[in-house]
Design a protein around this ligand. Sequence first.
Ligand SMILES: Nc1ncnc2c1ncn2[C@@H]1O[C@H](COP(=O)(O)OP(=O)(O)OP(=O)(O)O)[C@@H](O)[C@H]1O
Length: 257
Amino acid sequence: MTQPVLKLAKVIVDFSGFKAINQLDFSVQPNRVHFVIGPNGAGKTTLLDVICGKTRATQGNIQLHGKRELSKMSENQIVHQGIARKFQAPSIFPQLKVIENLEIAMKQKKGLFSILRAKWTKQEKDKIEEMLNLIGLEKVRNELAGSLAHGQKQWLEIAMVLIQEPDIILLDEPIAGMSKKERDKTGELITQIAKERAVLIVEHDMDFVKEYADVVTVMHEGQLLFEGSMEQVQNNSKVREVYLGRKVESDVVNTGS
Ligand SMILES: Nc1ncnc2c1ncn2[C@@H]1O[C@H](COP(=O)(O)OP(=O)(O)OP(=O)(O)O)[C@@H](O)[C@H]1O
């Protein structure tokens, strides 16, 4: 079996006696679009927070490639290990051009010393070009980022995260507020990204999960309730029970079936 990119073992996140994550064992394989779903309060956001270091694990281990232990590292150190997160709200620079946003992301990757060497190498230029093509914004490269449509802003930020060349990218409800067309394009983009790295996504939209998931983890009360394909998730009795009586029940239990 392939070595997981990321592996959490017996992780606990305790908020003053309340365990938002409770003895969680969880791993992410390379080249997979991996979704995390679960009812409100299940611990999904806390899972992303603890992986990227925004929240500290009270207990347990978080390992990257089976060796680098992340649970004691700062957020900044974790980014440099190869874990990048894109939050729901875009954090682009609206007053700068699309291409300038990508250049800033590239500068962050280069670090201070290389910034002093002001010119871009051919490799860096090619990378920026590759990102523009990947997100389909090559024709609007000189537009101000603030003038882009909602979906385009989200893709730009995904590209800014990808420029860091992370091993794993964490996305928090990436299609929130998007039109059908934008959602489809985001799904294609995510599929494309997963060819080179692992993608872990917290998502509430079950149609989207069904369409693009390779693996779905269902969380409940800070623990892993079930993991498998979306079809297996939909047919699992424990999952049905947890969602029973909740608003999302019909989505999880009936989507596309
Ligand atoms: N900083 C905190 N202090 C105390 N409790 C917290 C904190 N952050 C989260 N929690 C609690 O931990 C539980 C899990 O929260 P989390 O946001 O991870 O759930 P979620 O699955 O992402 O939910 P949603 O789908 O509603 O976003 C919730 O009961 C929440 O109130």
